[in-house]
Ligand binder design. Structure first.
Ligand code: TXA
Ligand code: MG
Length: 319
């Protein structure tokens, strides 16, 4: 894949939006850092983000939107959240309850029922979100373990050949990731410090922020409880037993109740289906009177690493 460098013109923005519409990956500037964007409703496109970043885990992603009205279409906005939303557009991310009818890919929230949302202030980000007209999932546009990029050149140095395009909006003014606040109906909690000062947030809130856990939380989404099927899970299986439903990968013939992550053995397709199929198969198994799921072996390469990480955690003994 050749990565296009798009300029900050109307034409550049239109091209970037068209790439998002067809399920491609576009890095774009925000005032904090460059994000690696994909259509947040498109499972395969979102799987592509994890593939390009070579992430060993599926952590939940921030969804970028042009304004509060667009946020309300995918998340429940409480009174406390509404106060904080007066700080938008800006380097602030709110973690809110996800609306059941949000239409978002389950991979975006990594199976959580909350959603991280943000209205960025960068004019080019805003133009792109308007032109595209849908929710854009975007982590920082760096490979896993590398520093977040603050110029289009940084993005190209790290991701050239792995993404469709980068929209060049010059250097990011803030240069630090957004501050993340978890909001429940009554309180607000600092999940990650970042580009918006705590004092500014507390001033708007009229109360002190609760600080979550230790001081150095880099991936708060990892700390939340993750969805695990009610059924017991047995991974790396060759075939299902009589008392098991089957989560397949690659061509498999079985008479047991089953779903197939990818019949052709395509890891991106498997990643795109993973969260939804775990839930669905849990229901299918229960209906068939089974309480166990066997999962086919998934190769430990590319997206297979993150898929196996997720499956291992779902299969781990419950407390
Ligand atoms: O400034 C930023 O926030 C940049 C720009 C591109 O918007 N984005 C960014 O994304 O830093 P990322 O993926 O590198 O970091 C997102 C953080 C992760 O630590 C993730 O665990 C957390 O947000 N997160 C996402 N959804 C969450 C949720 N539902 N609950 C708790 N944490 C969540
Ligand atoms: Mg990051």
């Amino acid at each position: 894949m050749e990565t296009q460098k798009l300029t900050s013109t109307r034409e550049g923005v239109a091209k970037a939006a068209a790439i998002l519409t067809r399920g491609g990956l576009v890095a774009f500037p925000t005032e904090t850092v460059y994000g690696l964007g994909a259509d947040a409703r498109n499972d395969l496109a979102v799987a592509g983000i994890f593939e390009a970043k070579q992430r060993p885990r599926f952590n939940p992603l921030i969804v970028h939107l042009p304004d509060l009205t667009a946020v309300e279409a995918i998340a429940e906005v409480s009174e406390v959240a509404r106060k904080l939303a007066t700080l938008w557009p800006g380097p602030l991310t709110l973690v809110l309850p996800r609306r059941p009818d949000s239409g978002l890919s389950e991979l975006v929230t990594a199976g959580l029922d909350t959603i991280a949302v943000r209205v960025p202030a960068h004019p080019l980000a805003h133009e792109l979100l308007r032109a595209f007209g849908g929710p854009v999932a975007a982590p920082s546009a760096n490979p896993s373990g590398k520093v977040s990029p603050t110029t289009a050149t940084h993005v190209l140095d790290m991701l050239s050949g792995r993404i469709d395009a980068v929209l060049d909006g010059g250097p990011c003014s803030v240069g630090l990731e957004s501050t993340i606040i978890g909001v429940d109906p009554v309180a607000a909690m600092l999940l990650r410090s970042g580009g918006l000062a705590i004092e500014e947030i507390e001033a708007v809130l009229g109360q002190e922020l609760t600080i979550f856990g230790g001081s150095d939380i880099t991936a708060p989404g990892q700390l939340k409880s993750h969805y695990a099927p009610d059924s017991g899970m047995r991974i790396n299986a060759d075939a299902p037993n009589q008392d098991e439903a089957w989560l397949g990968f690659g061509p498999v013939v079985t008479d047991q109740p089953s779903l197939n992550l990818s019949e052709t053995g395509d890891l991106r397709e498997a990643a795109a289906n993973l969260f939804a199929y775990m839930r669905e198969l849990d229901t299918i198994a229960a209906r068939a009177g089974l309480d166990k799921i066997a999962v086919a072996k998934i190769p430990m390469q590319g997206l297979g690493v993150a898929i196996n990480d997720r499956l291992e955690r779902a299969a781990a003994p419950r407390p």
